[in-house]
Design a protein around this ligand. Structure first.
Ligand SMILES: N[C@@H](CCC(=O)N[C@@H](CS)C(=O)NCC(=O)O)C(=O)O
Length: 353
């Protein structure tokens, strides 16, 4: 392991997010797992975010955004894939987070914890915790979440739903008697995927202290809970990730302009956008019928349905790549990668209808 090696002058990974964002924490957990030093660009909790829209040409509104070696990756489900491909098992980095069940693990996390559990937990946020401006913004982000309203109306309904998930986790841990959810020798993506939403609930929202009490600072004796194995497992996940996090090379936070300069430099130094574009693969019989060079929109199907637009470079059954030109840097371009699962890929004009 080359942990002691001097860190490079500039980070290969730059992450955009804000401290209260659980998905930003999820990406930071993944970076800790794979032992990837990174710089952070802090963004506001409510758009506009010119460091993304103006500096990078990111029209998609969700957080986090990952820049790696001068290319941009949207959605944590794709971010984990590129981190796995780039770093897993490499000298000085973490092992693979996936065994032979990689596809099932990704589907489980995307559908169960990222979406179902996340929505239940968001529904437990006490309305008084947010400003009116924030609640109004998030109503348009996700009308289905009905942030604030639902908690005010029937908080017990969300709590009852949450209990069903905690029961499943407790039972899984009890039956396997293993340390990690899938009884793997080290933690897996499912551990990180389940733990980040519950950690948000337990340590930040503190909305159900009777179910998930906060452990004491020294982590000595865990408090009583109807879900003792879940509590212990959550603690172990956090302990392992925070040990890895504190061993990472440290990079100072970046301002948006500085980060964009670095990302554009890395894009130019690595495989140029044009060369990658030439190699971009477009599936011939793709149902979208899109062709290379078409102006394309990629829009989330669930929350924050604001499209990322750009010129189509690559399209496979699982991924789409666009070339975008940042408004602040005319004449330069960046590659932006998105997953296809939970996203619609359409001609740009059609998405505006
Ligand atoms: N499926 C997305 C979910 C990301 C997401 O919902 N992020 C929240 C923050 S935790 C967000 O962008 N909220 C609206 C905003 O910050 O503008 C992912 O895995 O990246």
């Amino acid at each position: 392991m080359s942990d002691a090696a001097a860190p490079p002058a500039s980070p290969r990974a730059i992450v955009y997010g804000y401290a209260g964002s659980p998905f930003f924490k999820k990406l930071q957990d993944l970076l800790a797992w794979y032992r990837v030093g990174h710089a952070v660009v802090q963004v506001s909790m409510i758009p506009p975010r010119p460091m993304l829209s103006q500096e990078l040409g990111i029209t998609y509104r969700r957080i986090p955004v990952l820049a790696l070696d001068g290319q941009l990756y949207l959605d944590t489900s794709l971010q984990v894939e590129v981190l796995e491909k780039t770093f897993a098992g490499k000298q000085g980095h973490g092992n693979s987070l996936f065994g032979p069940d990689a596809e099932l693990q990704k589907r489980l996390v995307a559908n169960w914890t990222d979406r179902e559990m996340f929505a239940i937990i968001a529904g437990l946020i006490p309305p008084a915790a947010w400003s009116k401006e924030f609640i109004d913004d998030r109503k348009s982000f996700s009308p289905a979440l009905r942030l604030g309203e639902r908690a005010r109306a029937r908080p017990e309904l969300n709590k009852a739903q949450l209990i069903t998930h905690l029961h499943s986790l407790e039972k899984t841990l009890r039956e396997s008697r293993a340390e990690w959810l899938l009884a793997t020798p080290e933690m897996s993506y499912v551990d990180i995927g389940c733990a980040f939403t519950l950690t948000w609930l337990q340590l930040s929202l503190k909305a159900v202290p009777d179910l998930l009490p906060r452990p004491s600072k020294d982590n000595g004796q865990l408090p009583n809970s109807p879900f003792p194995l879940v509590l212990r497992w959550l603690n172990e996940v956090r302990k392992e990730l925070s040990a890895r996090r504190s061993a990472l090379p440290q990079f100072a936070n970046l301002e948006g302009e500085e980060a964009a300069r670095l990302i554009l430099q890395q894009a130019a130094a690595g495989q140029s956008v044009r060369r990658q574009e030439a190699a971009g693969h477009i599936q011939a019989d793709d149902p979208s019928a899109l062709k290379r060079g078409d102006l394309t929109s990629v829009t989330p199907r669930d929350t924050g349905r604001i499209p990322q637009t750009g010129t189509l470079v690559a399209l496979t059954p699982t991924q789409v790549t666009l070339r975008v030109e940042p408004p602040k840097h005319p004449g330069q371009s960046l590659l932006v990668h998105l997953p296809r699962s939970h996203f619609d890929v359409t001609p740009a004009t059609q998405a505006k209808l």
